[in-house]
Write a protein that binds this ligand. Sequence first.
Ligand code: NAP
Length: 451
Amino acid sequence: MAVSDHVDLPTFMEGVKKRNPHQPEFVQAVQEVAEDIFDFMADKEQYHAQQILRRIAEPDRVVSFRVCWEDDNGNIRVQRGWRVQNNNAIGPYKGGIRFHPSVTESVLKFLAFEQTFKNALTGLPMGGGKGGSNFNPKGKSTREIMRFCQSFMTELYRHIGADVDVPAGDIGVGGREIGYMFGQYKRITNQFTGVLTGKGLEWGGSLIRTEATGYGAVYFLANMLATKGQDLVGKTAVISGSGNVATHAAEKIVQLGGKVLTLSDSGGFIHDPDGITQDKINWVKEHKTHRRGRIEEYVEAFPNASFHAGKTPWGVPCDVALPCATQNELLGEDAKTLVANGCIAVSEGANMPTDLDGVHTFKAAKILYAPGKASNAGGVAVSGLEMSQNSERRAWKEEELQQMLKDIMSGIHDSCIKYGDQGSGYIDYVKGANIAGFKKVADAMLAFGVV
Ligand code: NAP
């Protein structure tokens, strides 16, 4: 007799918890998806019979490896590296590399799981993966970063490839790190292929890749506001983070007529009641990315602003909010505060920045709330376009790419409406994104049989 997968949600989640002990982030990500998918699957026997959700929630493989490197004082340092290849039903594994001391197998498994649905939502042929290391780039010299990246790639290269698995950047991994890793890949394999995205423009990179995640999150926000006949002109925005995603989200908000009030980093947030203009954003980019400074120094450059040590910015009243720093940075209480202060829309630039409590609060309040797997998909979408340009051996023009990014974000928004429209004007974007992403991957898996 066939084993039935007709278990209820709590039983399914019990199994996930049991099989993944001490992996709270991964369990949280699966729970958020499963809450919607169980409803959707209720009358779809084939997904149950083929155990599709159970299979997507079990990575194809998790590779873990040692990364040794020598610091500037001649000390030998040992870090752990991972690549999680979650699912390649619709294309090569694709997802960023994160260097941060908080990186664990649980964090990378949650990110690879989320990435699987996100990549499906873009409409491009990309599976889901994620990788990284608990290496802390803060305070390291450029030579130390180079040696670490080279050592990391000396193991990773055997698991990736242009048609196998194509990593990109994430927290702690920007253009500089991608350059060092690509250089080492090329040196070891003697191949110049599109094996990484986020490359420099001179060596196979795509225009607007750097801007794409932040810009895309704001395009998605604008699409959501348009369903209520509104736009960003004159709206106040609270943003967390001050890295790639946050600064480009801020830039696009300003371009579309909004006023950005906050940015943050792991030390706290700055509140600038005058608005963070393009000049000030340029200062932050230079200060954080190139000089690797702290956001608190903003108040020395712009004295009308205030710095709030150890705090997140969600208590500042605003019309729209964009969490763009890291996972679980916006908790249930923060969500309640945002709603109570009149926030009408939240677009996640980061991955899983809102905890489950917060997600439930936004859903209950029926505000416009976009989960990262929908709203921050612009980055991986342009990475997908970078892969296409690499295969074609040519580079597309900026206008073409800008239009493609806008079209992809609108397409994701349409998919969310298709599966998330709850009637009487409320769109559950979480449900819409989960179901649309799941269905595409699940249907491909059905076609392959039991593999
Ligand atoms: P980034 O350039 O390295 O910037 C990360 C920012 O978040 C920094 O301001 C950092 O502050 C802050 N941060 C990190 N950990 C934090 C913590 N525990 N508490 C408070 N602040 C913290 O990274 P990014 O590329 O912008 O990525 C930000 C988020 O977007 C991540 O969730 C990432 O997975 C997601 N994302 C990125 C892309 C992309 O294309 N880059 C695409 C999709 C999603 P410090 O400087 O103090 O560390």
